[in-house]
Ligand binder design. Structure first.
Ligand code: 2RA
Length: 329
């Protein structure tokens, strides 16, 4: 099994390699792919050294699977080229997510929708993945009608430049800016670019991708995405209104019994999800689960996940594991 990791030297690419190794993914040859400046570099995987190659070379080796985290432009140009030689591509960019013929997959929710002919598969946005992991079991039981979500997003979602900006500001050193403002001691309500409707692309990803993954266009999502000086993961304050009423205890049990979700909800001993505890883990953590007493059939909850893991690399590898579980290779 030859597996290409496109964007292997980036933050998500590096975590993908970690996750592949941790989960003992049965690959026989790793094909690390990066930009021209990294070609020839050696990466160690499972104690073996693999040379970074360019995209042309990687396609020529015809990997069975290619895990992409290299930006939308690269995905738009190269995912079809890999697919044309029989590779199954799992892409982390937003390039293919809303394409009508491309599946947008969170394995615990909709992997079954995948078929042998799916050669390009989209990995949802990190903030969407953790949201739908919490919403899906509740949608099945009570029918989600409307979601109001505010995100508190890790700077690792922006990349190395953002982490360096925070480090520089923390020690008072000048440096390149990943954001229009200082991130140290700040909260910036601006993730990705603003659109004509005054929402950001990040906010509209939550609105559109949630509908597609839950396969229900009637689900309404209103989002505010905020960047905060945190590195361990994204946090989300979620207010959801259902078609049906619910019992909070039943909601907690539904979530506790959802694969990939961990309920951390004992406020009497100050137990609730936080990025410092989610960092490096693959689950989605849910807490502060409580009825919204101001509105009918409505609930508040707090959702935290490592955006580089379940929000990107782990979800991608889980899709690859699902593909392997079929006799499609
Ligand atoms: C972010 N979700 O956090 C976006 C892309 N990783 O910036």
């Amino acid at each position: 099994m030859k597996v290409a990791v496109v964007g292997a030297t980036g933050m998500v690419g590096q975590v993908m390699l970690q996750v592949l190794e941790e989960r003992n993914f049965p690959l026989t040859e790793l094909i690390p792919v990066a930009s021209k400046k990294s070609v020839g570099k050696e990466l160690t995987f499972k104690g073996k050294k693999f040379k970074v190659v360019d995209l042309e070379t990687a396609v020529g080796r015809k990997p069975e699977i290619a895990l992409f985290s290299a930006g939308g432009e690269t995905s738009l140009e190269w995912a079809p080229k890999f697919a044309a030689v029989g590779t199954r591509v799992i892409d982390n960019s937003s390039a293919w997510r809303m394409h009508p013929e491309i599946k947008l997959v969170v394995p615990e929710i909709n992997a079954e929708a995948l078929t042998e002919v799916d050669k390009i598969i989209a990995n949802p946005n990190c903030s969407t993945i953790q949201l739908v992991m919490a919403l899906s079991p509740l949608h099945k039981k009570y029918g989600v009608r409307r979601v109001v979500v505010s995100t508190y997003q890790s700077i690792t979602g922006t990349g190395v430049k953002a982490v360096e900006q925070l480090e520089n500001e923390y020690i008072g050193r000048a440096g390149e800016m990943a954001y229009p403002y200082p991130i140290h001691k700040n909260a910036i309500p601006h993730c990705d670019v603003f659109l004509e409707n005054d929402y950001t692309k990040e906010e509209m990803k939550l609105t559109h991708e949630t509908k597609k993954i839950l396969a229900d266009d009637s689900v309404l999502v209103s989002a505010t995405a905020v960047r905060i000086p945190v590195v361990g993961g994204h946090s989300e304050s979620v207010n959801v209104t259902f078609d049906q009423d619910f019992e909070v205890g039943e909601v907690k049990n539904l979530l506790k019994n959802t694969n990939g979700v961990v309920v951390q909800d004992h406020v009497e001993v100050n137990q609730y999800p936080m990025p410092i505890y989610a960092e490096g883990k693959n689950e989605v953590f849910v807490g502060r689960i409580r009825r919204d007493f101001t509105a009918k059939n409505s609930l508040n909850m707090w959702v935290v996940a490592d955006n580089l893991r379940k929000g990107a690399a782990t979800n991608t590898v889980q899709i690859a594991e699902y593909l392997l579980s079929k006799d499609w290779f």
